[in-house]
Each structure stands twice: as C-alpha cells, then as structure tokens.
Design a protein around this ligand. Structure first.
Ligand SMILES: NC(=O)c1ccc[n+]([C@@H]2O[C@H](COP(=O)([O-])OP(=O)(O)OC[C@H]3O[C@@H](n4cnc5c(N)ncnc54)[C@H](O)[C@@H]3O)[C@@H](O)[C@H]2O)c1
Ligand SMILES: [Zn+2]
Length: 362
C-alpha cells in the first residue's frame, strides 16, 4: 500500500493505492463523522463489485444510486436525478458521497457533491486505469449537448482509495485507454518511465503490474495540479495529445473509440509536430509501433482532415485564431505552441502521409 499526499487550495487529501483496500474504507475516511453515505456507481461496476463494497461500508445510513454505464450518463438529466435521490434520502451537509466507478461516475458524482447543498464531502474509489487521472486534481463535470465537460467545477475529494484489484475485470480497450494517459504523464515528465512503459506489451501485464505506473502517473499529476490547480499555466501540459485526440473522439462519435485510444493518435501527432518544429528526433515511430502492436486503432483518414481541424478549433485553448497544442522540446519537457489553421492543416496532411509510410514499412 502506498499513499500520495495531494495539496488542494481548500484542503489536503491522500491518494492511497493498494490491493483490496476498498473494503477498509474506515481506515482511510472518518466514516463515523458523516450523517449518511451515498454511493454513486454504474451498472457494470455495481454488477461486479457493488454488493460486497456497499456491505463493507461501516455506517448505518448507506444509500446507493446506479447510473447506466457510459459517457451519456454525464448529462444534466442524470445529474438532476442524482440530486433528487440524495435529497429524498435526507442527505444533509454532513453527508458523504462515494464515487465508485470510472471517470464518468467520478466526474458526475463529484459535480453532485460540489453543488448539492453548496457542496458536501466526497471521496473517489476509482475502478478504471483512466480514473487515476480523473480522480486526482478535483476537476468535476457533466456534459452539455454543445460539448464535453462544459458544466463543472474545481472541487477536490476528501480522499482517493485506488484499489487495483478492481482492474482485473477491465476490458482490453479500457486498459488501452487508461494506459495512454499514463504514457502521456511519462512523456510530460519522465523519459526513463516512458521507456519502461513501452518495453513490454499490455497483454503480458497483470493488474498488479500496473501499480508502479499508476503510482508514478498520480505523482506526476499531483506535482502539476499542486502548482496550477485552476489550469492557468502548467496544468495545460496534461492536455498533451488531447487537441487532436478530442477532435478524433468527437468526429468518431463518443463511444466508438475510447478517449485514450483517440489521445494515443494525438500523442503521436504532437511528437511528429515537435520534431518538425524543433528539428529534433523523438521516439515517435517507436511509440507508434508499440501502439500498433498493442492493437490501438491508430488510423486517420485524409478525407476527414477538415473535420479534425474544425474539431481542434473548438478546443478551449484557441486564442486569437491560433490553436494551441502542447509539444515536447524533448521527452519530459513540454511547451505550448500556437498554430494557424493553415499550418495545422499542412502538418496534419504530412503526418497522415508519414503514417502511411510507417504502415507500409510494418
Ligand atoms: N476530471 C478529470 O480530470 C478527468 C480526467 C480524465 C478523464 N475524465 C473523464 O473520465 C471519463 C472517462 O473515464 P473512464 O475511461 O474511466 O470511463 P467510464 O467511467 O465510462 O468507464 C469505462 C467503462 O468501463 C466500465 N468499468 C468501470 N470499471 C470497471 C471495472 N473495474 N471492470 C470492468 N468494467 C469497468 C464502465 O462501466 C464503462 O463501461 C470521461 O467522461 C472524461 O471526460 C475526467
Ligand atoms: Zn484525457
């Protein structure tokens, strides 16, 4: 078991990582100080783990809400329904919310906690690799039909209990998705970690093998969010790969390709652009080949370039008609650079050609 201490502007909290620690909540959270406990989870997680988890919570007022699995649950309707449930169960300002699930549950449960009765405590019990990212740093949100995560808040949890035992049931595309965010963190901060991460294939790893990478990923994210909680500076580096990644995700239609699989293509693109911009060599092709070997859907179509560019223009980092992307001066040294639409179109066109060459080379 390992604990990482994170300082938010409002309070500090521990992220504890270990096996089967979800059953020892009271060791990490003063449950007896809360008037009630409201567990928010999704159908998939509830079917596999819900009953034993809820039974293990040592409190006499525990209620559970189960939302449908998937991104569509981060909706205003679902949010409202959760508020109604919490209120009808008699939740008061001393109530505790537990987000038991992946990033979707974490984001919506966190937003319910942030707004219910002007804010009550919540803890994160993440169940996906990707949720190592969403459960740390206090960003909580739901989606608006006009875009993802447009309604939200910065609202840090009181604790994060990361039980790696839960990862054993993750489908392979979800493992790929979360692992990309870990690779992203290594690219931002730690060249040696990056090399270690792509040394072996994903299929050779057990749930426990992810522990050191998840731990390092959380440490890197902690360092960045402590420096810039509200994303006015360095926190934007965590968006490495996300400008194109989000555009790919939106164009494919959410749910068709996982978030991390789309970001994987975005990471390769950022590395390719960095090489052009700074006349340097990065392990771009090496990472591309690792993604392909691990069956990531790394493909882009020339016919869709315009769609990707207009998707990137919707990015929150657009300023004075320039689309800002995080690049790497070297692995471990991120920097933000602005591009015009014309420049980006040319770069994306060249990049797709380059990927075709790599495909043929095998
Ligand atoms: N707040 C942040 O800082 C932040 C950061 C990154 C991502 N996010 C958000 O996170 C969300 C994506 O998170 P995600 O990838 O965890 O998605 P998710 O919560 O939808 O989980 C993915 C799928 O895996 C299932 N699942 C969850 N745990 C499982 C388990 N242990 N075994 C088997 N199946 C399991 C879920 O039911 C779901 O179908 C997005 O909405 C994104 O916006 C937020
Ligand atoms: Zn992401």
């Amino acid at each position: 078991m390992k604990s990482i201490h994170v300082k938010a502007s409002t309070h500090s909290y521990d992220v504890t990582i270990g096996k089967n620690i979800r059953f020892d909540l009271s060791k990490h959270v003063p449950l007896d100080q809360y008037s009630s406990v409201f567990v928010i989870t999704d159908e998939t997680v509830h079917d596999r783990y819900g009953e034993s988890f809820v039974q293990s919570i040592t409190h006499d007022r525990v209620h559970t809400a189960i939302i449908p699995s998937g991104e569509q649950s981060k909706s205003i309707d679902q949010y409202y329904e959760l508020l109604t449930k919490a209120l009808s169960y008699g939740t008061d300002r001393k109530g505790l919310i537990i987000a038991f699930g992946g990033g979707v549950v974490g984001d919506i449960a966190g937003f319910v906690a942030a707004t219910l009765l002007r804010g009550i405590d919540y803890i994160q019990v993440p169940t996906t690799i990707l949720a190592h990212d969403s459960s740390v740093g206090g960003k909580v949100a739901i989606n608006h039909p006009l875009g993802k995560n447009l309604i939200g808040h910065f609202y840090a949890p009181k604790a994060v209990i990361y039980d790696v035992d839960l990862l054993k049931s993750l489908p392979v595309h979800e493992i790929r998705s979360g692992y990309t965010e870990l690779i992203k963190e290594a690219l931002i901060d730690d060249p040696i970690l990056f090399e270690q991460m792509i040394e072996h294939s994903l299929s050779s790893k057990s749930a426990e093998d992810f522990i050191p990478f998840i731990q390092r990923g959380i440490e890197i994210k902690k360092r960045i969010v402590e420096e810039d909680e509200r994303e006015s500076g360095v926190r934007a580096y965590l968006n490495l790969g996300h400008t194109l990644g989000h555009a790919i995700e939106a164009h494919a239609g959410y749910g068709k390709i996982t978030h991390g699989e789309a970001v994987a293509i975005g990471l390769i693109f950022c590395m390719y652009v960095s090489e052009q911009q700074f006349s340097i060599h990065l392990p771009t092709k090496k990472l591309y080949q690792w993604f392909v070997k691990n069956e990531y859907p790394i493909q882009l179509n020339e016919a869709d370039i315009e769609n990707y560019i207009s998707g990137m223009k919707k990015d929150k980092k657009v300023q004075q008609n320039r689309i800002y992307m995080v690049l790497l001066e070297t692995v471990g040294k991120p920097v933000s650079v602005g591009f015009t639409t014309t420049q980006l179109t040319a770069l994306l066109t060249e990049f797709i050609k380059e990927m075709h060459t790599w495909e043929q080379e095998g």
